[in-house]
Design a protein around this ligand. Structure first.
Ligand code: SAH
Ligand code: SF4
Length: 348
């Protein structure tokens, strides 16, 4: 079967349209399809009424649109929605939409499962099933935007690649998805509103920095010493914390950009005043901010959530030197919060 339309760039779209028509089709036709898929966000090819019927039918019978299908939607009391989406091969993946007054944030997955074995993360328990294609990443945004009737010109639309998976282990597809998401003729998001988060795959951080169109970079720090990080994030044995921070120092930030460091607070493990002071020392020379996340608990996770006062005092220490925010837990009641994406079904 030909590749689905979602995920194709304009050149590939032209080839797909030519393929269906059995010969060269004028370029404006491919542009019409591209526009309908990404800008108008059609959910069915029959909605592209500007196309000749035959071509429309050929596209539907051939490559197809390729939107993931919603298996189940979980609505949190705080307005967060978690989607369980089915891909073409029957595998499922999760996407979360967080809504605030004037701001929508899509948390999308980059892989089915994750091969990085962080000890506090539920997704780790799945292992890696496979990488997502660029179309499957863009498709998550399109399907959830359509379900929530978000208009194409909605202003503050953010995408964070912080769902299932380690985006830097699927970099080519992540970059292609990024180009489609920020293309003004495509989905049309602002490049400043796209962020990927990594556990610290150093060579890929360097590679990311060489691309001109790329998401902002967030690093999951999660520890204040080399030893502690090795314990919590075994990938540190391969990519040492010291080298990770060197890569951050050398990272070519755009003028408007700064790094984000995420830090999951685990009760009595990495949440002490000494930890906070060490975090400040580690990051002192970087243009960055810190986001603290109190652990979202889950079955099989051998850690506890620190008390609110501990979180506040950790923040107070870091904030003296570095902008530091506490991330509100969103959608914990429906297993939609950070580190809780493990395809939980049933009702919450
Ligand atoms: N794999 C990437 C992106 C997905 S994880 C990464 O690790 O950065 C997104 C964020 O959720 C990371 O910062 C991670 O440290 C955090 N996280 C993982 N498990 C968590 C949990 N149980 N509670 C709170 N945050 C968690
Ligand atoms: Fe993978 Fe990120 Fe979870 Fe670590 S925290 S296991 S890198 S999804």
């Amino acid at each position: 079967m030909a590749e689905a339309l979602i995920g194709l760039d304009l050149v590939e779209m032209q080839a797909a349209v030519d393929g269906v028509a059995g010969g060269r089709v004028p370029a404006y036709r491919a542009k019409q399809v591209y526009d309908a898929v990404y800008r108008q966000r059609v959910t069915n090819l029959s909605q592209i009424s500007t196309l000749p019927k035959q071509l429309r039918a050929g596209l539907a019978a051939g490559p197809g649109l390729g939107l993931p299908q919603t298996v189940q939607r979980f609505d949190s009391a705080d307005g967060t929605r978690r989607y369980l989406l089915r891909l073409a091969d029957g595998r499922t993946v999760e996407t979360v939409l967080m809504q605030e007054a004037d701001r929508h944030t899509f948390c999308i997955s980059s892989q089915v499962g994750c091969p990085v074995n962080c000890r506090f993360c539920l997704t780790a328990l799945m292992g890696l099933e496979r990488n997502l294609t660029a179309g499957e990443m863009v498709g998550q945004v399109l399907v959830v935007a359509a379900d929530n009737r978000l208009p194409a010109d909605v202003g503050k639309l953010n995408v964070v690649m912080m769902g299932q998976g380690e985006p830097l282990l699927n970099l080519d597809n992540v970059l292609k998805a990024t180009r489609l998401l920020v293309d003004p003729d495509g989905v049309g998001l602002s490049e400043r509103r796209l962020t990927l988060s990594t556990s610290g795959i150093i060579p890929k951080i360097k590679e990311l920095g060489r691309h001109s169109i790329r998401p902002k970079l967030a690093i999951s720090l999660n520890a204040s010493t080399e030893e502690q990080r090795r314990e919590l994030m075994p990938i540190t044995r391969k990519y040492h914390l010291k080298d990770l921070l060197d890569a951050c120092k050398a990272y070519p930030l755009r003028p408007w950009e700064r790094l984000t460091f995420e830090y999951v607070l685990l009760k009595a493990v990495n949440d002490t005043g000494d930890d906070a002071r060490r975090v400040v020392r580690l990051l002192a020379h970087l243009k960055c901010k810190v986001n603290l996340i109190a652990l979202n608990p889950g079955p099989g996770i051998p850690y506890e959530t620190p008390d609110a006062e501990r979180v506040a005092s950790f923040q107070a220490i870091v904030r003296r030197s570095i902008p530091c925010f506490v991330r509100k837990p969103r959608g914990r009641d429906i297993y939609a919060a950070c580190g809780q994406l493990k395809r939980m079904e049933g009702s919450f």
